[in-house]
Write a protein that binds this ligand. Structure first.
Ligand code: FNR
Length: 375
């Protein structure tokens, strides 16, 4: 399988062939007319790099430090909801792969496998936290992340309300009845987080061809997520979490400064992969301004539109310290399971090495604005 796959876009094609239509649309789609989704990819691809020659690039080191730990490369697997159903026990597979590849993996609040189940696989992930109205529930999730020994808490702040996704509405009716029943139960999130049930559908055959909408999931999110959330709530989380706190979903320099004032240990420049407010700026465009404003106070991570190792190099050249992948790993998981994710990471690694060699750089720290062709 993996031999025929040369790129992330090949994994996208595999995922499309394999997943039930409604699930592929959920994974692949963005909000409204998908303008921001396209911008993320296109603006990044527009960044031209400088070709440099004869600089001895025989030894290239991709390793990078973040939160006192040395990672194989400045690339992590960001939180993607429902990944546990793209392949059997999906997040457990991904956690194993991430551990073996020595890259971070952030488990989504709306995961398919529980934190306990994933942590038991031997790789304790970072934990991504959403605010829901029930703060007791949120406090409990934080305690669980602490007890599991999660290396970082990723607080996602760009989902006060869910973006409208036309593709999900159009694909409604193509999903499994059982899944819709589970997703529309307010207890669902709790059950998954605490018990690892009931979303261990794992086996895709079990969910194909039944018939119920994923839009139930969107309605559930709309009913339970908390639009009243504010910077005071970030303080509330900060007071309960001593480890690295990463605020994800920053797209504005002023918000970035507020995040540092709120004692975040890092931020993720993100527009949720073009799934929230359609028409906002791409992350590639927003990044430089934010990096400038933050001025090295905290590491700046970024996601959105990264589809190759070359794109990772572009983001680093624009000033990011670390890059998260969203859809790429989920495509690989859906297309070829954990082996697909491992192979996708190898592709990213190899593509980064080529891009660095041909820009005449050998260490991650050398990837800065000098690598970009401004002509
Ligand atoms: C996401 N994203 C996301 N983010 C988050 O903090 N918690 C979550 O549960 C999810 N769920 C989710 C599901 C799916 C299907 C997608 C595609 C994305 C956003 C994700 O972490 C990331 O910001 C984007 O995916 C990055 O863009 P790319 O790499 O997909 O272009």
């Amino acid at each position: 399988m993996a031999r025929r796959v040369a790129s992330v876009s090949d994994y996208r094609a595999l995922a499309k062939a394999r997943l039930p239509h409604f699930l592929f649309e959920y994974l692949d789609g963005g909000s409204y007319d998908e303008i921001t989704l396209r911008r993320n990819v296109e603006d990044l691809q527009k960044i031209a790099l400088r070709q440099r020659v004869l600089r001895d690039v025989s030894r290239i080191d991709l390793s990078t430090e973040l939160f006192g730990k040395r990672w194989a490369m400045p690339v992590g697997l960001g939180p993607v909801g429902l990944a546990g159903i793209y392949a059997r026990r999906g997040e457990v597979q991904v956690a194993r792969v991430a551990a073996a590849a020595n890259v971070p993996f952030a488990l989504s609040t709306v995961s398919g496998c529980s934190l306990g189940e994933v942590a038991a696989s031997g790789h304790v992930p970072w934990y991504q936290l959403y605010f829901v109205k029930d703060r007791g529930f949120v406090a409990d999730l934080i305690q669980r992340a602490k007890a599991a020994g999660c290396g970082a808490l990723v607080l996602t702040v760009d989902l006060a309300v869910p973006g409208s996704r036309y593709r999900d509405s159009r694909a409604a009716g193509g999903g499994p009845r059982r899944m819709a029943q589970l997703l529309s139960r307010p207890q669902w999130l709790w059950d998954v987080a605490v018990h690892g049930r009931p979303l261990n559908l794992g086996n895709l055959e079990a969910i194909v061809g039944k018939g119920a909408p994923l839009s139930d999931f969107q309605s559930w999110i709309a009913a339970n997520f908390d639009p009243s959330v504010s910077w005071a709530d970030v303080q509330w989380v900060r007071n309960q979490w001593d480890g690295p706190l990463i605020i994800k979903g920053i797209l504005d320099a002023e918000d970035a400064l507020q995040a540092t004032a709120a004692r975040a240990d890092a931020i993720v420049v993100s527009n949720h992969g073009g799934r929230q407010l359609d028409g906002v700026v791409s992350t590639a465009k927003a990044l430089s301004r934010i990096v400038e404003a933050v001025a090295g106070q905290v590491p700046v991570l970024v996601d959105g539109g990264v589809r190759s190792g070359l794109d990772v190099v572009r983001m680093l050249a624009l000033g990011a310290d670390f890059v998260l992948l969203g859809r790429p790993w989920a495509y690989a998981l859906a297309g070829a399971g954990g082996a697909g994710v491992a192979h996708m990471l190898k592709l990213i690694d190899a593509e980064m090495r080529v891009a660095m060699a041909l820009t005449g750089t050998t260490r991650i720290a050398e990837l800065n604005g000098d690598v970009i062709d401004r002509s």
